[in-house]
Structure formats: structure tokens, C-alpha cells
Design a binder for this molecule. Structure first.
Ligand SMILES: Cc1cc2nc3c(=O)[nH]c(=O)nc-3n(C[C@H](O)[C@H](O)[C@H](O)COP(=O)(O)OP(=O)(O)OC[C@H]3O[C@@H](n4cnc5c(N)ncnc54)[C@H](O)[C@@H]3O)c2cc1C
Length: 358
């Protein structure tokens, strides 16, 4: 789309891989520093992401503190999202879990329902980084103080030079794989598959419904007259098959009416957080957001991205490696501790954390 993307240059001070919240957070932290920064994104912009797009209270606070007021075009209906409603089994009634049981009392009370394509682009555009789409990170090597980044940009292979590299490239991070192929080999993968329907059900919009099943968990969410139904299977078996059975259950028990299936897609998630297996980078290569293994949500991605950007600045100021600065960054340490506490809290409330069964 015209006006969104910039030309790819031969060299930068900082290259950020990924235009999600972690990439946006890193770019925002570097804004005003004078460093020549690029966010490279493999997808055409604006890119969508498999997600319910609920900006939870903490993400809303982070965004209003660091980025300003979100424009109306990022929201979908119903705009306000009040809580999770959890069904511990198909037979049980739901338990409502309001956001303020997870977040501090000074946070907003409601979450907002958004389009990720719009939110993520808006966040990236609040920085002074160049934004280069259709640019796939392939690998990197080092040459004395330089990092040589191999990319495929609009079909052409290119090598670009940078001093710092930030991998904010999501769950299947290639930057993480380049930093440590051994680490990558030890990961387990959990498939998630979703379908979107035009239709209706007897579940009230404005809540995210989570159903704990024997083979995984599923959720249902309303967005602008469509219903998103997603299944996450613990054992890597066919998610589609589980979703199809779950769909039958919704039709029977919750009067799901499907007029049209508008989208189907899948994604893999890793169990890094459940095992406290993180990878935060190496030397002047940092890994932020979901790629690093911290909590899967928009707010930790924004915060760890910000921590990565701050660590690049600290590295320039102190002469220490970016990784050393990152590992001592207060925001990152808080995120890590907070994520671990949340997992433990879920384990104690539910008796398990969703990826314990992988
Ligand atoms: C089904 C589902 C529902 C969810 N719902 C919510 C929700 O409602 N609220 C919430 O807070 N969280 C939700 N999450 C979690 C949330 O989507 C993620 O935690 C968040 O997007 C992580 O942000 P990130 O910036 O780390 O990565 P991402 O948002 O995944 O961004 C990574 C970016 O990197 C790009 N990229 C990847 N590889 C390369 C490459 N090699 N070269 C160039 N670019 C590359 C990708 O295209 C992508 O744009 C959900 C997740 C799933 C799977």
C-alpha cells in the first residue's frame, strides 16, 4: 500500500525483524535517538496476525502512556471486552474472570476489541524507524563489529549491514534459530487452528469464551458480526479434526448458526514459557516478544520490545554488549517475573497451565 513502506537501504544502526508489538516497542524506544533504524516485515503491510486482538488493560495503559490515543479505525464491535468466561468442562457453567483479577487495580477496567493489522501498523508508525515490508529475514553472520543480515526483499536476495539486530519475529522466530539452532531443536510445538464464521450463537458478545477440553482448549470471540472459533491441541494431532468436533458441540449446545465460513488458518505455538525456556539473544543480537519465550500477549511483547530498544541505547552508552544490558533491564526482568507468576497462578487456580500437557 502506498505511503506505508520505505526503501531498503544497505546499512542501518539497528534492524528490527517483525512489525508486531515487540518490533513496534523496540522502534519506539529508539525514536529520537538519531539511530538509523529499520523494521523489516516479511508480510505485505498492513499485515494481519492470527489473534483475537483484545488489547487487555495493561496493553491499553502501555499504549496510552507511550504512544497516545488509539484512532477509532483500529477498533471493532463490540468495542469493549469485559472478561474471560471459562468453561472447565463442556457440562459445567462458566466462571467469569474479570481483567482486574489479573491486572493492577489502577488499570483500565475493560479491554478493547481491535484489528491487529490496524493496531500494529499504527504502533510501528509512532516511531521514526523506516518500515520495509515483503522483506524476509533469512539469516545473519558477523564481521568484526558489523552484523550482516541476509534478507529476501520483494523476491531479491540482499545483504544489509547493521550494528544491532532485534528479533521481534514471533513464535517461529528465524532470528532465534540463527542465534541458536540447538535451542530451536529442543522446542515442542502446539498447533492452533481457527475458523471465522458469519452467523450467530447464544453466547453474549463482549467476552472471550474459553473451553477446556481433554485434548486441548478452544475459544470463541465476536468481532464485527463474525465469530472466531479457535482450537489449540496439546498433542500436535489434527487441530482441524478437534475443531470440527468442537464446532458440532457449539451448534448443539450454544445454538451456533453458521451462514458462511469466512476464513480458516493455523499457527504453531511453542511451550517455551511453560518450561521457562527463554532465549534473549547473543552479543548485539536481541530477541523480544513471543520469540523470546515470554508470555504470549500483546502487552509483554510491547514491553520486552521496549526493553530491547532501551538496551541498544544502553549498550551504546556503556560499551557493554546489548545482551548484557538487556539481561539487566528492569522492564525485561519485570516481564519475565510477571509471566512466571502468571503461569504459577494459573497452575494453582486451574490445577494446570495449558501447555503442561504438551
Ligand atoms: C489464536 C491467538 C489469539 C490471541 N489473542 C490474543 C489477544 O486477544 N490479546 C493478546 O494480548 N494476545 C493474544 N494472542 C497473543 C499475541 O497475538 C502474541 O503474543 C503477540 O502478537 C506477540 O507479538 P510479537 O510482536 O512478539 O510477535 P508477532 O505479533 O507475531 O509479530 C511478529 C512479526 O514478525 C514477522 N516475521 C516473522 N518472521 C519473519 C521473518 N523471517 N522476516 C521478517 N518478518 C518476520 C511476522 O510476519 C509478524 O508480523 C493471541 C495469540 C493467538 C495465537
Amino acid at each position: 500500500m502506498e505511503g506505508i513502506t520505505d526503501e531498503l537501504k544497505d546499512s542501518y544502526d539497528v534492524v528490527i525483524v517483525g512489525s508486531g508489538p515487540a518490533g513496534a516497542g523496540a522502534a519506539k524506544a529508539l525514536t529520537g535517538s538519531g539511530l538509523k533504524t529499520a523494521i523489516i516485515e516479511k508480510a505485505p503491510l498492513p499485515r494481519d496476525k492470527m489473534c483475537s486482538g483484545i488489547l487487555l488493560p495493561r496493553a491499553l495503559k502501555f499504549i496510552s502512556d507511550d504512544y497516545g490515543v488509539l484512532p477509532e479505525k483500529v477498533f471493532c464491535q463490540p468495542k469493549e471486552v469485559f472478561a474471560h468466561r471459562m468453561y472447565m468442562s463442556r457440562e459445567s457453567n462458566y466462571i467469569e474472570v474479570p481483567w482486574d483479577s489479573f491486572f493492577d487495580k489502577d488499570m483500565p477496567k475493560v479491554g478493547f476489541n481491535t484489528y491487529r493489522s490496524e493496531v500494529d501498523l499504527w504502533l510501528c508508525k509512532r516511531s521514526d524507524a523506516s518500515l520495509v515490508d515483503k522483506c524476509l529475514f533469512i539469516d545473519y553472520t558477523t564481521d568484526s563489529d558489523d552484523i550482516i543480515v541476509e534478507v529476501k526483499h520483494s523476491g531479491n536476495y540482499r545483504k544489509i549491514k547493521t550494528k544491532y539486530l532485534v528479533g521481534a519475529d514471533g513464535t517461529r522466530s528465524r532470528v532465534r534459530r540463527s542465534v541458536s539452532p540447538e535451542f530451536e531443536k529442543a522446542l515442542s510445538w502446539i498447533p492452533a487452528y481457527e475458523e471465522w464464521y458469519k452467523g450467530d450463537s447464544d453466547l453474549e458478545p463482549g467476552f472471550q469464551y474459553i473451553f477446556f477440553e481433554t485434548d486441548g482448549y478452544a475459544f470463541l470471540f465476536h468481532k464485527d458480526g463474525e465469530i472466531q472459533v479457535c482450537y489449540i491441541a496439546y498433542q500436535g494431532k489434527s487441530c482441524k479434526k478437534y475443531l470440527s468436533k468442537f464446532r458440532d458441540f457449539l451448534i448443539e449446545k450454544h445454538n451456533l448458526r453458521i451462514d458462511k465460513t469466512t476464513m480458516t488458518r493455523g499457527i504453531m505455538r511453542s511451550n517455551m514459557l511453560a518450561l521457562k525456556k527463554y532465549l534473549f539473544g547473543k552479543d548485539n543480537v536481541l530477541i523480544a516478544g513471543e520469540a523470546s519465550g515470554i508470555m504470549e500477549a500483546i502487552d509483554p511483547a510491547l514491553a520486552s520490545g521496549k526493553a530491547a530498544g532501551q538496551s541498544v541505547l544502553k549498550s551504546l552508552e556503556t560499551g557493554k554488549s546489548a545482551l548484557e544490558c538487556y539481561m539487566n533491564n528492569e522492564l525485561l526482568l519485570f516481564e519475565k517475573e510477571n509471566a512466571e507468576k502468571t503461569v504459577e497462578r494459573i497452575r494453582s487456580d486451574l490445577g494446570f497451565f495449558w501447555y503442561d500437557k504438551v
